[in-house]
Design a protein around this ligand. Structure first.
Ligand code: FRU
Length: 438
């Protein structure tokens, strides 16, 4: 099965991107996948590949439960290349109390989490029955971390060794990070941890750490970060940190940015592209399955850049280049959607098929009320912080996802949408140009 621009669940349910890597001529993008329905359940790793980050091909299931330690799911993780092989790292889950009505769910938060690895010579064939190795058994020392909520290994090569960061939780509901080191990817030793007390959510999911030049960036997804009774309390944030590799001491400041101000994106994962750029994709949480068949998709790959402490998320240039065909009306767009390019002045608005974007008090404001199911538990209005750099917007419109890049990634607002129209409305002074894929 092939898809262009946005990677979507082939059918049923997907959540986090996993194991994102450029390896032997292909971008491999694995993902959390429940193959039996349009809801979360026993996690498998689905697999898609691309030569160019634009055209994707689904390759079916790469990882599935097969061992005692991962019998109830292969949770999120990452990939690295070593000695010509691809090595995947993930969290194996074993339920201690199973929901008798649905064996794909645990009861009362009772499960145990171990960290595992599996490798492959070609990136396509994984021996689920003989190739898995437990590298960090479920934790027994509470001072290190929680035996249930410790997960999502992100592995990278530092200056002298391999490093792993895990998301975890400690006493009094403190989200935290655990750092491990290894010489060979098989033997791992615990080195250190980092936390902000109970200020930023009770559990930190999907941590990602990388360096861009001299800047050290942490991306993580604290659970229950936002306490306003609406969905989604779990949000992904990022910040520049101080990190000392030797001691794995990390200093996390109090200030942070959201990776996206539409608040639907979650659990991103980054890798380095062919040209050496730091690029990430993230899961778009969706409230309803499309045509009752599939739910969950990924945003377009975004290049991460840091300038004067601000973290930019710019659309990957190869995706930008894919929208090369000028059109006069949205009705001429192909099935991959279209891009609306414009300058939006203070007080002006544009409505794209019913999704309204305006500039108010120096901020970009998005309102999806007209193109979202009437579900009161979800937010429908979103805004960026005050914009500093200009008035330019590139709005990428797909049937179920709108991505608004403000000033080439100063901020991005992405939202799940349903039943978009094809009309574009603006006030008189706002002019725009339209592009679809070639
Ligand atoms: C984030 C997450 C991860 C976990 C996975 C399970 O969305 O909860 O922490 O590994 O999803 O599907």
């Amino acid at each position: 099965m092939k898809q262009k621009i946005h990677l979507k669940a082939p059918e049923n349910w997907i959540n986090d991107p996993n194991g994102f890597i450029y390896y032997k001529g292909y971008y491999h993008l694995f993902y959390q996948y429940f193959p039996y329905g349009t809801m979360w359940g026993t996690m498998h790793w689905g697999h898609a590949v691309s030569k160019d980050l634009v055209n994707w091909e689904h390759k079916g299931i790469a990882l599935f439960p097969s061992r005692y330690e991962d019998q109830n799911g292969c949770f999120s993780g990452s990939a690295v290349e070593k000695d010509g092989k691809i090595h995947l790292f993930y969290t194996g889950v074993r339920y201690e109390a199973v929901n008798p009505e649905n064996i794909h769910l645990y009861l009362d938060g009772k499960f145990e989490a171990s960290q595992l690895t599996i490798s492959s010579e070609d990136g396509f064939n994984f021996d689920n029955f003989h190739g898995k190795q437990v590298i960090i058994p479920a934790l027994t020392d509470e001072r290190i971390g929680d035996r249930t909520n410790t997960r999502d290994p992100k592995v990278w090569h530092g200056s002298d060794a391999w490093y792993m960061v895990l998301g975890s939780t400690g006493k009094e509901e403190c989200g935290k990070l655990l750092f491990y080191r290894s010489e060979d990817l098989s033997n791992w030793s615990y080195v250190n941890q980092a936390s902000k007390g109970n200020k930023l959510g009770w559990m930190w999911e999907c941590p990602d750490y990388f360096e861009i030049g001299a800047d050290k960036v942490l991306v993580f997804s604290p659970m229950s970060l936002i306490k306003d009774a609406k969905r989604y309390p779990d949000q992904t944030i990022c910040t520049c940190v101080n990190f000392d590799e030797k001691s794995c001491e990390m200093e996390i400041p109090d200030t942070y940015q959201f990776i996206d101000y539409g608040m639907d994106l979650y659990a991103p994962q980054s890798t380095v592209d062919k040209e050496g750029r730091r690029v990430f994709v993230a899961w778009l949480r969706m409230p309803e399955a499309v045509d009752g068949k599939w739910i969950g998709m990924f945003c377009m790959p975004r290049v991460v850049e840091v300038k004067k402490g601000h973290i930019y998320f710019r659309l990957h240039p190869d995706l930008k280049a894919a929208f090369c065909k000028r059109i006069k009306s949205a009705t001429e767009a192909d099935e991959n959607g279209y891009c609306v390019s414009l300058d939006l002045q203070e007080g002006s608005f544009i409505s794209v098929g019913g999704y309204r974007i305006s500039r108010e008090n120096g901020k970009i404001v998005a309102d999806r009320t007209k193109v979202f199911p009437n579900l009161t538990e979800y937010h429908t209005k979103f805004e960026t912080p005050e914009i500093k750099e200009g008035t330019h917007l590139d709005i990428y419109v797909d049937k179920n996802l709108i991505e608004v890049y403000v000033n080439d990634g100063e901020y991005v607002v992405s939202n799940a949408v349903y039943n978009l129209g094809q009309e574009i409305e603006t006030d008189l002074e706002t002019e725009y140009t339209l592009f679809t894929t070639g």
